[in-house]
Design a protein around this ligand. Structure first.
Ligand SMILES: *Cc1c(COP(=O)(O)O)cnc(C)c1O
Length: 231
């Protein structure tokens, strides 16, 4: 089942990329394995999944400890509390969900202490939905200017989560806005800020996100099946 699902998702990634003249290789698939057992993660890895996304520190670290860093990349995609940063520095290839300058500051400190540079994305709350984390779009420039001076974090791009909508077309404007915002920030030519990654798109809307420029899609249930409610 996981193998078929994965093949289906990959073929849709290729189709969406080709539809807008992008190279399919410019899009990386993150198999979101939150709440999924280690056995299923192994199955997905054997079926060709290379990157896994987790949103809870404890659960993620248990999986990484059991599976090892080798052969799979791990991305942290969930809301991150400052007091958990110390545990995850050095364990993830990318943190997608940095939603405040204060959090970036803690990641910088803990990374410096271990002589590491931690790659991050800045999460932006495009829709302004109260229940979603992320910086307001008009706070992004000043945040990037501060984060640019932190020696042990490397900003690689932006991430967003649109309000849930069963019709992916209704999320298109959110994805397009994240891309435009990225382009505006790139125009400012801030030193040491690279914004090549756009993390956007989940199971029900990743094709639309790719059409709007996603380079990282975070797909869970379309690969692993539905999660238990509230998972
Ligand atoms: C759970 C989750 C996903 C995956 O959601 P699906 O709808 O199962 O694909 C993607 N991004 C984040 C931040 C998540 O928490």
């Amino acid at each position: 089942m996981i193998q078929e699902n994965l093949e289906w998702v990959k073929s849709r990634i290729i189709a969406a990329a080709e539809k807008v003249g992008r190279l399919p290789e410019s899009i990386r698939l993150i198999a979101v394995s939150k709440t999924v057992s280690v056995e299923k993660v192994i199955e997905a890895r054997e079926a060709g999944a290379k990157l896994f996304g987790e949103n809870r520190v404890q659960e993620a670290l248990e999986k990484i400890d059991r599976l090892g860093q080798g052969g799979a990349g791990w991305h942290f995609i969930g809301h991150l509390q400052k007091n958990k940063v110390k545990q995850i520095v050095g364990r993830f290839d990318l943190i997608h969900s940095v939603d405040s300058v204060g959090l970036a500051q803690v990641i910088n400190e803990k990374s410096l202490a271990r002589s590491l540079i931690t790659p991050i994305l800045i999460q932006v709350n495009i829709s302004g939905e109260a229940s979603k984390s992320g910086l307001a779009p008009d706070a992004l420039e000043s945040a990037l200017r501060v984060v640019a001076k932190m020696p042990a974090v490397k900003v690689e791009g932006l991430m967003t989560i649109p309000p849930y909508d069963p019709d992916p077309e209704n999320s298109r404007s959110v994805f397009a806005r994240l891309r435009e915002l990225r382009d505006e920030m790139v125009e400012l030519r801030m030193e040491s800020i690279c914004l090549s990654e756009l993390s956007m798109g989940m199971s029900n809307d990743f094709a639309v996100a790719i059409e709007e420029g996603a380079t990282l899609v975070r797909v869970g249930s379309a690969i692993f099946g539905d999660r238990p409610a509230a998972g």
